[in-house]
Design a protein around this ligand. Sequence first.
Ligand code: ADP
Length: 531
Amino acid sequence: MSLVFDEYGRPFIIVREQDKKSRLTGLEAQKAHIMAAKAVAAIMRTSLGPKGMDKIMVSPDGDLTITNDGATILKNIKVDHQVAKLLVELSQAQDDEIGDGTTGVVVLAGALLEQAESLLERGIHPAKISDGYERACKLAIKHLDSIAETNSTDAREALLRTARTSLGSKVVSKCQELYAQIAVDAVLAVADGSDVDFELIRVVGKVGGELADSQLVRGVVIDKEMSHPQMPKELKDVKIAILNCPFEPPKPKTKHKLDITSVAEYGKLREYEKEVFIKMVQQVKDSGATLAVCQWGFDDEANHLLLQNDLPAIRWVGGSEIELVAIATAGRIVARFGDLSKEKLGFAGRVREVPLGTTKDRLVFIEECANSRAVTVLVRGGNQMMVDEAKRALHDALCAVRNMLRDNRIIYGGGAAEIACALNVADAADQISSIEQYAIRSFATALEAIPEALAANSGLIPIDAVAALKSQQMAQNNHRLGIDCSGAGTNDMHSQNVTDPLISKRQQFLLATQLVRMILKIDDVITQSEL
Ligand code: ADP
């Protein structure tokens, strides 16, 4: 403790001991870490599953985000604690790798740590717990593989089922079927074997209308309209000139100045401008183009000339959009009118301007493109928050479908797979003579946290529901029984069509175990200020 004085001579005390007190070591440190991680997991637990709650997040400048997506929630909350930050990264890792299951992985990690806490209290060394967890995780994954089923049904139906399960827990669940179709069609459109190029799927959100108005466009959507209201609203077999040079006469460079002193001179200048415009329009027409897509604008006179010359145009198309148009229509972006030629034009079977419902907004759809793999999902929703959440839900569904293409094995959702693994791992624990058996049994108990959370979120009594399921799964030797979240009257997840991709669940187990083992190994936190 030291007494110091500020610049006005007022005394104040710096208590160094208090600083030191916050440095925890050994068991105390591990318990503190577990507590922090449990707090994060508790936030996520209520968001799990189809009846999970949404969170509203307020950013420092007052922007709101409403979401149920684990990765997004964790990204938006301000976490100070070092270990809690690790959980945020855990969810992010699941998101990067798999794209779905970001809530479940945190809930599982929280449950594993909670179990570890009671093991630590019983005097079991963290290293033993860590080893036990690793062994248990291997057993669980082996069992997952053995209960995984390959889809024997129609491949498309299997993909749809996975997409539906992923969407079932999101705000878009009222349009679950439509979104599932969109996700599957979008992925199939860009898939090349099991390789899915997400770059070719563009998701455009447009506020207005309702979720049910969302649609998949096989091509590119530009948030613009034809430059003149009298230009045709629909074009067929379109050859597109993609221009990033302005439709305007060359301007004198900044260091030069043009003095116009008489009406005649002004008239001449106008004549010259008009000539230049006419030449430019003619150059575009000569190349064979029937539509000009320009990155820059042009004034009303040029617009009128374009109309007179029957050359429809779209102006102010953004840089990334113009690139997409070029990719989709297999055209080249041209930087000078003189460089335009037939080979550089893009091709689309149909270009149309589409009005959106009753609003004045219009979009241009460029469809039946030369490179037919590019697709756009147009997401509609009553407000920006709805559109954003729908985009996130769609991302999860797209990832789930992509994962199914990579590996078409599925396991049953609603906690069915976790209960099956819990039973298997608990069984294995009894046969292990070393102290690790406690950790292995705890791992099994932790797995039950997922069905418990699903049950609690659906208004059921978690312990009751899970106990009943465990005994049913044992008695019937049926790994398809899970929590009936939607009140369908059956626990059979096969008949409820609730399936998750195997690789997603496997990754959850692996990542959660890995993180928990890492946390258990930390027994000291040293921040630089204390050194
Ligand atoms: P995550 O972000 O981890 O994907 P979700 O909130 O999407 O979390 O919830 C996914 C969990 O909900 C999975 O365990 C899945 O099996 C389960 N689930 C989804 N739909 C249903 C349903 N209709 N009935 C029961 N469980 C479901």
